[in-house]
Design a protein. Structure first.
Length: 525
């Protein structure tokens, strides 16, 4: 609420909620924007669907913005409070390399009279105390535990400095049916798709991953009926592709029920998902995935060295099984997307190059390479901070493409060069020809599948040559605004030119107890 001239309180006539997925500042300082995006952010439609149409008789209007596909800055003019109304600007799904950008947008909104809150992986896992109490709020927990309170407070005209302290996860998921994005909202993406979370959590505890703090180790799932209705509405709205963004889709206990329901519905809507490498022990599930419409599986193989994997606490991976995953999927017509991290502490240049050759021989359809990045909030980040080996001070660079720490065997220039070389060595003419040999029709038929396969390899090589990850956001970079356009606003609100590297937020005793009750369900090798 706001004060009237007579000293009383006046309710706003409406609450305008603007949900923004922030981009990041690139190495050249420009905000990363693209003419066409790859994957729409999954949190934007989720939060929109969670938002009621009114609270206490005050109507709520919701709009969403994905900065990665905004070629101009006209939308920033909307970040203001209109007479008699209230505007809430929520920065969602904010990762560490997007934190500066999120902070700048929040500062701009707040100084324009809006209410502003930042949520997502970074504030959930990193200490933001030094930025609190300056007008911008921070959400330290999942949306289910804090979003209703944020909206209620926004209607009253004032937000708390933080939300969700000590209640990081919702014990039970009660999600809404997703409201699909409009055709206009999806016009900036290569293909109309939507992300759906059937389940959350990861039963493993890899030291380089922050999921254990973001969604916890215990797998929680939403009702299958909610997922099915969300898919049904997405298809009716013209969505052509589904991405199940849950970690370890094959560990989701209702996965068989969901896939069976999808088959019975005859959606004929292709999807891709992320599985752990233990999918090799679940051939029946692979068969079911294919029947339900799965065309690609993303797998975090990370390394082909068993000792490296054990040191990273990723004991569930057995490199000698990787080829079986590819063979099983290839037989079914499911493509495989291998993700590998280069620059583990044990790595040498020879080992990295040799592993790329091995992966190419194994033959996944797609491979992505990331430079090892100590992500703020992770166990690895804390270890590297204690050792004093983190050399990068700018959070913008913590994106998996840059050297950020002092490697015992490789220089920063070596890692940057190897990042580019991995893509050049993997995406060869021979790899492209082998893909064509096993290629199956994808979304749109066989010709788009051929074009996509050949085109992605060329695009991946080009992106890596430019020092940008192929999956960074989209194609056809657009340079519009620069960090220098926002630095004064940042200094005005926060008193800082750069946010310092944060301390990690530790799990509470109750959260650790919750995680300890997870069942890794590790299959025997």
């Amino acid at each position: 609420m706001r004060e009237s001239r007579g000293g009383g309180l006046v309710k706003p006539t409406a609450l305008n909620v603007i949900l923004i997925k922030p981009s990041k500042y690139g190495k050249d300082g420009y905000v990363e924007r693209f003419r066409w995006g790859f994957m729409p952010n999954a949190t934007l439609p989720y939060l929109r669907s969670m938002t009621p149409s009114e609270i206490d008789g005050i109507p709520i209007q919701v709009s969403t913005i994905d900065e990665y596909v905004m070629g101009d800055t006209d939308y920033l003019a909307r970040l203001k409070r209109h007479h008699g109304e209230q505007t809430l600007v929520a920065l969602v799904a904010v990762q560490s390399h997007q934190f500066h950008r999120a902070g700048d947008i929040a500062a701009l909104a707040y100084l324009n009279g809006c209410l502003a809150v930042i949520g997502g992986p970074h504030p959930m896992t990193c200490n933001t105390e030094m930025l609190q109490g300056r007008g911008v709020s921070f959400a330290l927990a999942e949306a289910e535990t804090v979003w209703p309170a944020i909206l209620s407070d926004a209607v009253q005209g004032k937000l708390k400095p933080i939300y969700g302290h000590g209640e990081r996860w919702a014990k039970k998921l009660e999600p809404p049916v997703l409201i699909p994005a409009s055709r206009e909202e999806l016009s900036g993406y290569i293909i109309p798709m939507v992300g759906i979370y059937p389940a959350r959590g990861c039963v493993f505890r890899c030291n380089f991953c922050s999921v254990v703090k973001i969604t916890g180790q215990r797998m929680r799932s939403q009702p299958v009926a909610i997922t099915i209705e969300s898919i049904r509405r997405a298809k009716a709205a013209g969505i052509r592709l589904i991405m199940f963004v849950s970690d370890n889709f094959n560990k989701y206990k209702e996965v068989v029920d969901l896939l069976t329901a999808m088959i019975e519905e005859r959606f004929d809507l292709p999807f891709f998902c992320q599985c752990d490498t233990q999918i090799v022990r679940q051939p029946e599930l692979l068969e079911l995935l294919k029947r339900a419409g799965c065309f690609q599986i993303f797998l975090g193989v990370e390394s082909l060295d068993r000792k490296t994997l054990l040191a990273a606490k990723k004991a569930q991976n057995h490199p000698e099984k990787y080829w079986q995953i590819v063979a099983q999927c290839r037989r079914l017509g499911i493509s495989t997307h291998f993700s590998q991290i280069i620059g583990f502490p044990e790595d040498t240049e020879h080992q990295i190059c040799d592993q790329v050759e091995q992966i190419r021989d194994i033959g996944p359809t797609v491979a992505s390479f990331y430079t090892l990045c100590p992500i703020p909030g992770t166990e690895q980040y804390d270890d590297f901070m204690r050792q004093g080996v983190i050399t990068e001070e700018n959070l913008d660079r913590f994106d998996g493409t840059c050297s950020t720490w002092q490697h015992p065997n490789l220089s920063g220039n070596d890692l940057d060069r190897l990042f580019r070389n991995c893509y050049r060595r993997f995406y060869t003419a021979g790899h492209a020809l082998r893909n064509l040999r096993y290629l199956k029709p994808g979304p749109g038929g066989i010709l788009p599948a051929i074009g996509g396969s050949l085109g992605y390899g060329a695009f991946a090589r080009y992106s890596a040559w430019r020092g940008r990850h192929p999956m960074s956001g989209g194609v056809a970079s657009v340079k519009t605004d620069h960090v220098r356009d926002y630095i004064d606003t940042r200094r005005t609100l926060y008193g800082l030119s750069h946010f310092p590297l944060p301390e990690s937020l530790s799990l509470t005793a109750e959260e650790e107890k919750w995680n300890s009750q997870a069942n890794p369900a590790v299959f025997s090798a």
